[in-house]
Design a binder for this molecule. Structure first.
Ligand code: FES
Length: 134
């Protein structure tokens, strides 16, 4: 049965990010990228980051995403791109699934796991970038 987007289940912020995802789409010449998926439900997310290096350290200059899945996955992916932008890589790595879930006004109990995708994508993209850029 197809999932319905009901305000009884989702916060207005989830509905807003689902209907108007921020920073959706691929990024040309991304510096870092990560693809994560939940094998149980099949939701997936691809995160693209542009990373600036300067004397103040490495920083996320821009973030975009592609996601396939439920409204909670789309919304937490969307909000994650807005939250990592402008942060140092160390700061971005401190963001947790709870931070993303809180930023969309909380998630229904059955959807809390959806915020894991965004958190894992941020962690994987930055970790992989650091492994190749020192
Ligand atoms: Fe599984 Fe959204 S339903 S990640």
């Amino acid at each position: 049965m197809a999932e319905t987007l009901s305000s009884e289940h989702y916060s207005p912020i989830v509905i807003d990010h689902f209907n108007n995802p921020r920073n959706a789409g691929p990024m040309e010449d991304a510096d870092a990228e990560a693809f994560v998926t939940n094998p149980v439900c099949g939701d997936s997310m691809r995160l693209f980051l542009r990373i600036d290096r300067d004397c103040n350290g490495d920083r996320v200059a821009a973030a975009t995403f592609l996601a396939s899945g439920c409204p909670a996955t789309i919304a937490t992916s969307s909000v994650a791109t807005t939250m990592v932008r402008g942060r140092s890589l160390d700061e971005a790595l401190t963001l947790t699934r709870d931070d993303f879930a809180d930023a969309v006004g909380g998630l229904p109990k059955s959807k809390v796991h959806c915020s894991v995708l965004a958190a894992a994508a941020v962690r994987n993209a930055i970790t992989e970038w650091r492994a190749t850029h020192g």
